[in-house]
Design a protein around this ligand. Sequence first.
Ligand code: AR6
Length: 176
Amino acid sequence: MTNITLTLGDITDQSVDAVVNAANSSLLGGGGVDGAIHRRGGPEILEECRALRAAQYGGGLPAGQAVATTAGRLPAGWVIHTVGPVWSDTEDRSATLASCYRESLRVADELGARTVAFPAISTGVYRWPLRDAARIALTTVRDTDTRTVTEARFVLFGQEAYDAFAEVWKGLQQAH
Ligand code: AR6
C-alpha cells in the first residue's frame, strides 16, 4: 500500500528513491519542473534521454507513458520521466493524466523504489486546472497497487498548489 504525503517545496530538493519529471514527448528538456530537474541533476540525465530517443523512443515518449533514467546529481536514485496531457476545453484527457501516475508507479516498482516524489503533472505549462488535477492525481495513486513503493510524496511548488491538493485530499478522506 502506498502512503500519500503532501509537501510544499521544490522537487529537486527531495531525497527519495525516484523523482517524477513532468516532461514533454521530446524528452530533451523544457521549462518548469523539467528545466529544474535537468539544471540541478546535470548533463547525465539528458545524455540518457538522448540515448532513449535514439533507441526505443525515436518518435518521442507518448503522453501517459513513463520511462526512467539516472538522477545525475540530484539527491535521488532515478528520474522517472512522464508526459502529461495538455489541458483541453473540448476533449476529456483525464485518462491520460491518470495513466502518467499509474505508469510512473509501475516503473518505480520495476526499479524497486520505495519512495517516489511527484510534481503536479500538467498543472503548469500544460494548464490543467489545479483542483481537478489534484483529484485525478490523488485518486489514481490511492487506487494503484504497488509492490515496492511505500510512499508517494506530492511535492507542491507554491501555496496555491499545496492548498488545492490538501483540500482535495481532505475531501477524499472524508468521503471514504
Ligand atoms: N518542484 C516542484 N514543482 C514544480 C517545480 C519544482 N522545482 N517547478 C515547477 N513546478 P510544469 P506541465 C510545478 O510546467 O504543466 C515543461 O516545459 C508547477 O508550478 O513543470 O506538465 C516540459 O518540458 C506546476 O504546478 O509541467 C513540458 O513541455 C507543476 O510543477 C511542459 O513543461 C507542473 O508544471 C509540461 O507541462
